[in-house]
Design a protein around this ligand. Structure first.
Ligand code: SF4
Length: 176
């Protein structure tokens, strides 16, 4: 009898997509993963709503906007294991560089001071920024942390392999 596949999701919050690119860099090992997991949500698949009963969710990026906050709460409530993937999710990293200036100053810099044509701050087309960009674990319980900017494909694959075997990995041990 064939084993049920692990339901895997990936989420992209405030990140550059480099962590997802690193996941894809696992190359032919993706074929092995595909035999054991069903990717049920993420930038790599089409879907309208984050599904229920996800076994493992990898989260790239910091929580920077109201939209991110809403999403991470929903994702947490529907995921058995939540994984912070990459330094932006783990520490805030690049998105958190704005924190000492405040959200308004960043919007002014981007849309007024640096705009050559028709400077104005959009109020509808962009999600409302939180006052600071924050690591995922400050807003939702995180079960596994995979550091790196981006984490190497080897590290991601080894952590995923452990999860698929039902073990909770400790990638930080690789840096000890
Ligand atoms: S950790 Fe690095 S690679 Fe990953 S989203 Fe952040 S900046 Fe990009």
């Amino acid at each position: 009898m064939s084993q049920a596949k692990i339901r895997l999701a990936t989420v992209w919050l405030d990140g550059c997509s480099g962590c997802h690119m690193s996941l894809l860099d696992t190359d032919e090992r993706l074929i092995d993963l595909a035999r054991r997991v069903e990717i049920v949500w993420g930038p790599l698949v089409d879907g309208k709503e984050f599904p229920e009963n996800v076994d493992v969710t990898l989260v790239e990026g910091a929580v920077s906007s109201e939209e991110d906050l809403h999403r991470i709460r929903l994702v947490r409530s529907r995921s058995r294991l939540l994984v912070s993937l990459g330094d932006c999710a783990v520490t805030g990293n690049v998105p958190a560089m704005r924190n000492k200036f405040g959200a308004d100053a960043v919007l002014r810099r981007a849309y007024l001071e640096n705009a050559a044509l028709d400077p104005q701050i959009p109020r509808e087309a962009i999600p409302t920024l939180l006052p600071t960009a924050r690591p995922v674990h400050e807003l939702a319980k995180v079960d596994v942390f995979i550091p790196g900017c981006p984490p190497s494909a080897d590290l991601i694959f080894s952590a995923l392999s452990e999860l698929l075997e039902g073990r909770v990995p400790n990638p930080a041990a690789k840096f000890g």
